[in-house]
Design a protein. Structure first.
Length: 58
């Protein structure tokens, strides 16, 4: 997800959402894929994230 420029806040929220199903540190393998649709709100159009929200994840 980092290589796809997904903000860290969204990555952490995604991991928390699936924490009971998968351990992202030990269970993921090369070739696994994940999908996430999210929205973020920036402060004054800068790169500072005010809030983020996951709409859908798979």
């Amino acid at each position: 997800m980092v290589s796809q420029n997904i903000p860290p806040e969204v990555i952490l929220s995604f991991a928390d959402t699936f924490a009971w199903q998968i351990d992202f540190l030990t269970d993921t393998k090369q070739g696994d894929s994940f999908k996430v649709i999210y929205e973020i709100e920036h402060i004054n159009k800068k790169n500072k994230v005010l809030s983020s929200k996951i709409i859908a994840a798979q």
